[in-house]
Design a protein around this ligand. Sequence first.
Ligand code: G1P
Length: 294
Amino acid sequence: MTVRVRKAIFPVGGLGTRFLPATKSMPKEMLSVVDKPLIQYAVEEARAAGIEQFIFVTGRGKAAIEDHFDYSFELEHTLASRGRKEALASVREWVPEPGQMAYLRQQEPLGLGHAVWCARNYAGGEPVAVLLADDLILSRKPCLAQMIDAHARIGGNIVATMEVPHAHTSRYGVIATDHKGPVNEGDVVPVLGLVEKPSPDKAPSNLAVIGRYILVPEIFDELERKERGADGEIQLTDAMARLIGHHPFHALRFEGRRFDCGDKLGFLEANLAFALARDDLAAAWREVLRGYTA
Ligand code: G1P
């Protein structure tokens, strides 16, 4: 029997320099795709996968995230008094229960591994999910739910993966595997090695790790070593690599499409795709797009 995954860590301390000036006084996780902030997509995905505790690793200037997941009595009162039921639901329905969210600060930006390590005292010896809000996934079943199903079957560590162009391996954590042939949606492949941001000539494959992880509690012992890796940062990838051989380690080629919302083009494309996926917008949006492609 595998232990159910109840906790999720959201590293949200990053500076978002690629989106300046938008992120000068607003966290990058609050950037909206269509009408919803990236961090809300991530939290809704986690909730839909059965997560009960939401641990945000924040930094300076990130208060808007806490406010977003708080009740907004004044706004709710105004909407209620005007009979705006739909608008009211849109500000309250997805907010987790009181006590389900915890916020802690990563005082210095020492890397993703360090951010996850900051949450160690909240993990309580259980497996944890980690979600990077920059990676937005459009799928029939939420990506983390797909991973949790796989975890219930095989346990251990599971990362989300997809094939990327060889020339792009230096943007990702990259997997070494003995899996032969193409990797299809739904496939689970064994992870035999992990390298953070290898140049194309050093990459063991073109299978990239996408920002969704389910990790055994021992990850925190590995992170405790605080070894510096690529870019001089404490890398989650390096700590994960040290678990290989000691704990089962698999990568799931999730069903769905991933958008890199840490990148301007990826973010723009996400807006395009998510609008097309919305019943209330698709037809009108297609019409708008036709004006640009004609
Ligand atoms: C992080 C991880 C990397 C992973 C990527 C997915 O990199 O370090 O292993 O492939 O997220 O988006 P970052 O994008 O924060 O540089």
